[in-house]
Design a protein around this ligand. Structure first.
Ligand SMILES: NC(=O)c1ccc[n+]([C@@H]2O[C@H](COP(=O)([O-])OP(=O)(O)OC[C@H]3O[C@@H](n4cnc5c(N)ncnc54)[C@H](OP(=O)(O)O)[C@@H]3O)[C@@H](O)[C@H]2O)c1
Length: 362
């Protein structure tokens, strides 16, 4: 199939809403591939962009899985027409870059070739959530990445280095628990009790109820050597819970939303580090007042390339070996025309340990 001149895409319209519109099909630029979108998964950032951030006239959606339809000049990592690939784009920012569309373009070095065992929706769930877990753990918290030839999950004991994943049943948290375990860490996590079985099945050694106010002190007391945490919620006081949970020498907390002043002031032996996954796409951008300049995004892109780059990166290897599992998929009906319903479902906080997925083309 060759790409048609026009395609359907979810675009923002006035008053912070979105509609499906007929727009120009994008063309791949230098180092980019054109992808026919098969499935997309939803992230909180999608509805947040529509509701609060995006101007009108931009394409929404980040996560995707699809088939390579064409190559731009300078694609040199072996990807070819017909390959299945997944990743994410900076949806809600540009007229022609979102994933909630029948076609999209992405940098060839910034996508994963999908291992056969993974469905399109499962692979799409790796995009924002999986890559955020990678960026937060391995780039911001300096967790040592597993070897590229790893074939089994290491034995974890009480003497293994410790990692706290606050809110382990979130989409990001589920990937972080698994990646921390694969890296050899004793993972402590929090989730609603109904999700404790799930987070333990992903590798967590301990699961605590985040609604229990005594949990941070209990974790800190039991693990005086705990010195790194990833806060997968990062609002409504969770950054302070993480700071209170760290051991006697403090340490570092990676957060996914703006650093919280109260948490910063709680302990002077704790460093709070904000991470934002869009920087790994390698394109300069600003987010609120923060400018991500060319040098910074180039570093983050090169860094993430080690995990992607078609079938050369660690993520393909970990999924292909069955060491890493996708989020549990909740298939949603209605295709591209119904994505607004999924965004509403997410905004109403109905998501619990599941990833909403839409089929874009069969
Ligand atoms: N900075 C970045 O680059 C970046 C990237 C990705 C995501 N984010 C942000 O990170 C957050 C999480 O995203 P996500 O897609 O991983 O979330 P998600 O999967 O949509 O989160 C749903 C989960 O949140 C858990 N939860 C809700 N309130 C909680 C609380 N107070 N404490 C602990 N857990 C709580 C629920 O756990 P239970 O069902 O177990 O109760 C539920 O399973 C969002 O705010 C998102 O915008 C930022």
């Amino acid at each position: 199939m060759s790409s048609p001149p026009k395609m359907q895409a979810v675009r923002t319209v006035d008053v912070h809403q979105s509609n499906v519109e007929l727009v120009d099909t994008p063309k791949p630029g230098q180092g980019e591939i054109l992808i026919c979108t098969k499935a997309v998964t939803l992230n909180p950032t999608d509805w947040k962009h529509v509701a609060f951030i995006s101007p009108s006239g931009v394409t929404v959606g980040c996560d995707f899985a699809g088939i390579v339809e064409g190559l731009g000049p300078g694609v040199s990592n072996g990807l070819k027409k017909g390959d299945r690939v997944s990743g994410f784009v900076h949806g809600g920012k540009y007229p022609n870059k979102g994933s909630f569309a029948e076609f999209l373009t992405a940098k060839a070095a910034g996508v994963m070739k999908i291992p056969d065992a993974l469905s399109d929706a499962e692979a799409a769930s790796m995009g924002i959530a999986g890559e955020t877990a990678v960026q937060a753990l391995f780039q911001r918290l300096n967790v040592k990445a597993p070897s590229s030839s790893i074939t089994s999950i290491p034995q974890i004991t009480k003497d293994s280095p410790k990692l706290l994943v606050w809110a382990g049943s979130t989409s990001v948290g589920q990937y972080a628990i698994q990646l921390g375990t694969i890296a050899g860490y004793y993972v402590i996590t929090t989730a609603s009790p109904k999700n404790h079985k799930l987070v333990k099945s992903l590798g967590a050694q301990e699961a605590h109820d985040y609604k229990d106010e005594s949990v941070p002190e209990a974790i800190s007391k039991a693990h005086p050597d705990l010195n790194i945490a990833l806060d997968c919620i990062s609002e409504n006081g969770t950054q302070s819970f993480c700071a209170r949970s760290l051991g006697t020498s403090g340490g570092k907390i990676a957060v996914l939303l703006a650093p919280d002043k109260n948490a910063r002031e709680l302990r002077n032996d704790v460093q709070i580090i904000h991470t934002l996954i869009y920087s790994s796409l390698g394109d300069e951008f600003s987010y609120g007042k923060r400018v991500y300049d060319r040098a910074e995004v180039a570093t983050d892109f090169e860094w993430m390339k080690l995990w992607l780059d078609g079938d050369k990166g660690l993520l393909h290897h970990l999924f292909a070996k069955g060491l890493l599992k996708s989020n549990k998929i909740k298939h949603m009906d209605g295709g591209i025309q119904s994505i607004h319903e999924g965004m509403k479902y997410m905004r109403e906080s109905k998501v619990s340990a599941e990833k909403l997925a839409y089929t874009i083309s069969a």
